[in-house]
Design a protein around this ligand. Structure first.
Ligand SMILES: C[S@@+](CC[C@H](N)C(=O)[O-])C[C@H]1O[C@@H](n2cnc3c(N)ncnc32)[C@H](O)[C@@H]1O
Length: 428
């Protein structure tokens, strides 16, 4: 067993699905709220996951990766609490003596705990003080990142260089064990914000797909892959998906109905390749085309995955009423039916497509859209959410075009009027 804990981003289901797709669902050992524990000691993963930071850099939905270095039996009753506390202190003592041997300077240090609140089994304050004492006995000054007993923010861990210079010690309570681990890699927030905000061409009208979400979309579609693949985005806009595909060493093909967007994608991808400062050849192909009119000569023989933030309708600054929503859904139904029909003969059977649909937040109670009843999956989810209107009957549209709907995930921020539903289809 080579266990690693992955701290999941905001949309837990989506982030866990990304991990299961990349690392293999069968390698999931345990999912505990914010953390998913995977065993990376297996043939598929063991050989190609050598660099944990590279893995982290390719996972849009993971905040940090924790290498599990000790597993302790988890007993929740108070009688064994002291025993558990002692075991963790013993671990800190022996691990720190090894880990910080020959170190000097100030050591940034913190403890992050998961699923331990309200169990009263551990005294974190005592553990923090104990750690400080051990570091002192090793003649090391420490700088604590914990404010009170709260977990430090991941941005604070990243900015303080804790992973390189110190340690972020994690204590995770699982169903049967307490996992202890040190953070080995953390989301590089500077790189993400560089790609998000400093790329040369941005366009408010086309919406702003976060690079992290583009990575998740690629990973959900391609799954566990070790070799470069060909990814096609037929609604490429400013090229965020293409940029992320190139960054993950894939071949990227993009098209858009607007010439301006092809120019934007070209500038952005070229800028990103320049940032990478490598000699490696990155393969990018761009062309202007209405996705509904795609033909065989537009695309190479083999497309491994189609990943796209397809057109989401006009930019809305107000909560849409029923009429506006129905109009957008009708327009998009036609667009999707037609481009899916056009692309079907150009891709092999079983090829996956991931596309985005708009989902509207509304304060009004749910009414059945005029374009027909909500399909069962949408109705269920809409009723549960009670304030989100999902695209009606999309799986029927997909089926008419010759695709099977495999999965749907929701993605949205609290303040957004229009969220996205990510739909994964398979060419049947
Ligand atoms: C939501 S934006 C995509 C934004 C993109 N993810 C990015 O990184 O900027 C949708 C894009 O679809 C394009 N579009 C709309 N209708 C289209 C069609 N029929 N065929 C191809 N592209 C189309 C728009 O020009 C727009 O650039």
């Amino acid at each position: 067993m080579r266990l690693f804990g992955f701290e999941l981003g905001r949309e837990k289901d989506l982030c866990l699905a990304e991990l299961s797709s990349v690392l293999g669902e069968k390698n999931l050992v345990e999912h505990i709220y914010d953390i998913a524990i995977f065993d990376l000691d297996n043939k598929e993963n063991g050989n190609h996951i050598k660099n944990i930071q590279t893995l982290q850099d390719n996972l849009g939905g993971t905040i940090k990766i924790i290498e599990i270095v000790e597993t302790i039996d988890a007993k929740t009753d108070i009688a064994t609490a002291t025993q558990t506390q002692n075991k963790i202190e013993q671990f800190i003592l022996s691990y720190f003596e090894k880990y910080f041997k020959d170190r000097y300077g100030k050591i940034p240090f913190c403890i992050s705990t998961y699923n331990l609140k309200n169990t009263h089994t551990l005294n974190i304050k005592q553990l923090l003080n104990f750690s400080k004492k051990i570091l002192k006995s090793l003649h090391l000054n420490s700088r604590f990142l914990n404010k009170g007993l709260e977990n430090p923010k991941s941005s604070a861990i990243y900015k303080s260089g804790t992973i390189e210079k110190g340690i972020d010690l994690n204590i995770i309570k699982g169903s049967k064990s307490i996992f202890i681990g040190k953070t080995s890699a953390i989301q590089n927030i500077d790189d993400y914000s560089l790609r998000d905000f400093n790329r040369p061409c941005r366009d408010m009208q086309t919406g702003m797909l976060p690079p992290k979400l583009a990575q998740i979309m690629i990973n959900l579609t391609l799954g566990n892959t070790h070799e470069p693949k060909t990814i096609y985005d037929p609604f490429c806009g400013t090229g965020v998906i293409l940029m992320e595909a190139l960054l993950m060493n894939h071949l990227a093909i993009g098209s858009d109905v607007e010439a301006k967007m092809i120019e934007y994608s070209k500038k952005n991808c070229e800028w990103m390749i320049k940032q990478l400062n490598t000699q490696k050849q990155h393969e990018l192909k761009l062309f202007q085309k209405d996705a509904r009119l795609l033909t065989k000569k537009d695309l190479p023989e083999k497309i491994d995955a189609v990943v796209t933030e397809s057109y989401l309708g006009p930019l809305l600054t107000f909560e849409p009423n029923q009429e506006t929503m129905d109009k957008i859904f009708r327009e998009l139904s036609n667009l999707h039916l037609n481009w899916l029909k056009a692309i079907k003969p150009l891709i092999s059977q079983n090829t996956k497509i991931l596309l985005c649909l708009p989902a509207y937040k509304t304060k009004n109670s749910i009414k059945t859209p005029a374009v027909g009843g909500l399909p069962s999956f949408s109705r269920e989810r809409a009723e549960r959410a009670n304030s989100i209107i999902h695209f009606p009957k999309f799986s029927e549209i997909a089926s008419e075009a010759g695709f099977q709907t495999l999965k749907i995930f929701s993605y949205g921020r609290k303040e957004q009027i229009v969220g996205r539903d990510l739909v994964i289809l398979k060419n049947i």
